[in-house]
Design a binder for this molecule. Structure first.
Ligand SMILES: [Zn+2]
Length: 203
């Protein structure tokens, strides 16, 4: 009887261990919430590369990034908004593909150095209202010009307010803004995580 109990306990512990991924494990955000809008631009040709570099539109991130995003989205939901995701973790092999198409460090991070996207700690996002309409942020996603920068102030009050709304909650939830792109946020501390080439299965 004692033996059986010990065996059961061992199996339970083993199962729990398998079911609880660590903070740095790559997970699919869809397994944690259905309250995000996914618009994975690089899985389509609707991006500045004019090329689909992902085989399917999935948002993978390290678990700690997902947890902080969930926290931020809960705050936005209370305010009547939702986070829309344009890009999440980006495997190094995809970074190399992008670099091949556009070898300009102003637009694409050199895969030799990698970006926080390759570490599973960066997201490109905006906010949508209850009807799924994107808030006006002044420029589209991946607009490469000074108008996309946080310190660019020659924009309407509504746009400045929308950017501020997004930034305030993201900073509160542990993210850091990126000076030249209003849509890009890095989870604090994630620059120390290793670059990865983990790829996910597509249906
Ligand atoms: Zn980004």
């Amino acid at each position: 009887m004692k033996k059986l109990f010990a065996l059961l306990l061992f199996c339970c512990l083993k199962l729990t261990a398998q079911e609880s991924p660590s903070d740095t494990t790559f997970v699919n955000i869809r397994d944690y919430s259905s309250d995000f809008v996914l618009d994975m631009k690089y899985a389509t040709e609707d991006n500045f590369l004019k090329s689909a570099v992902y085989d399917c539109p999935e948002c993978y991130l390290r678990l700690k990034t997902v947890r902080s995003l969930l926290k931020a989205n809960r705050k936005f939901l209370k305010m009547g908004y939702k986070i829309k995701l344009f890009d999440c973790y980006r495997p190094l092999s995809v970074q190399r593909k992008m670099w091949k198409i556009v070898s300009n460090p102003e637009y694409v991070a050199d895969p030799a150095k990698g970006s926080i996207h390759n570490r599973g700690g960066a997201v490109d996002i905006t906010l949508v209202d209850q009807n799924g309409i994107e808030l006006d942020m002044g420029t589209p996603f991946d607009f490469f010009g000074r108008e996309a920068a946080h310190d660019y102030q020659d924009l309407s009050d509504a746009v400045l307010k929308n950017r501020k709304k997004l930034k305030k909650v993201m900073l509160k939830c542990g993210f850091k803004a990126f000076a030249s792109e209003w849509w890009h946020y890095n989870l604090g501390g994630s620059s120390g995580d290793p670059l990865s080439d983990f790829t996910w299965d597509c249906p």
